[in-house]
Design a protein around this ligand. Structure first.
Ligand code: 13P
Length: 237
């Protein structure tokens, strides 16, 4: 069995300086302890860089506009990603869907654009609380809609199931619920599938033991390097 895929989403946290410090410490930990898989890090755009590391740390962008360059104030495009050799991108994160108002049509266009350029894509889906409360059928319908227009067989795709009600709330989905929902998604795509939503040292082992869970996309608990090290240590053993 391959080691689980571990990815840290910094969201709007960390500076360029603190990201460099984090990467250096993570690299030291990985070089010393080993981890049979690349570890992914999504820092804010201002902290993207080419980091000289001994271990396989992949730096991804949390977002970019589907363009090489142009007039899209406030956005970055492929030219800015290429400057730092960034080959991984998050698409469809719930915060971009629900706070920044990205539509499924736009997300699908973004996905296709970065797929055409061969980027590795971490694609997020997940239902809000009211949909979860409406029952299993409503959840399935909602998730299928979030996959509309997405090539779910893309060989560089990793999926992440992140229920909105579990993100940043400290409320993790139960193993049963993760297993059940992952089975729904796995029936649509055979690409690796991560779980995200309040994953932390106290529950990471339980989450990753869920059948059909190939890794974790971690926010809050990954922001302190010590938390990340603790989780890697747990996952490794
Ligand atoms: P939290 O781990 O803070 O719940 O965030 C999860 C997430 O959104 C990762 O993309």
């Amino acid at each position: 069995m391959p080691s689980p895929i571990i990815a840290a989403n910094f969201k709007t946290n960390h500076t360029r300086a603190s990201t460099a410090e984090y990467v250096s410490r993570l690299d030291g930990w990985l070089a010393k302890n080993g981890y049979g898989m690349p570890v992914y890090l999504f820092p804010p755009a201002t902290a993207l860089d080419r980091f000289e590391t001994e271990s396989d740390i992949r730096i991804g962008a949390q977002n970019a506009y589907p363009t090489v360059k142009g007039s899209f104030t406030g956005e970055i495009g492929m030219e800015q990603l290429d400057e730092f050799g960034v080959e991984t991108i998050l698409v469809g994160h719930s915060e971009r869907r629900h706070i920044l108002g990205e539509s499924q049509a736009f997300i699908a266009r973004k996905f296709a654009w970065f797929m055409e350029r061969g980027l590795e894509i971490f694609y997020c889906i997940g239902e809000p609380l009211e949909v979860r409360e409406a029952g299993e059928k409503a959840v399935r319908h909602y998730l299928v809609e979030q996959l509309e227009g997405i090539d779910t067989s893309y060989e560089k795709l990793t999926l992440a199931y992140e229920p909105v009600w579990a993100i940043g709330t400290g409320k993790t989905a139960t193993p049963e619920l993760i297993e059940q929902t992952h089975a729904v998604i796995k029936a649509i795509s055979d690409r690796p599938l991560l779980y995200g939503g309040s994953v932390k040292p106290a529950n990471i082992a339980e989450v990753l033991a869920v059948p059909g869970c190939d890794g974790a996309l971690i926010g809050t608990a990954s922001w302190e390097i010590s938390g990340m090290e603790t989780m890697l240590e747990i996952v490794k053993s």
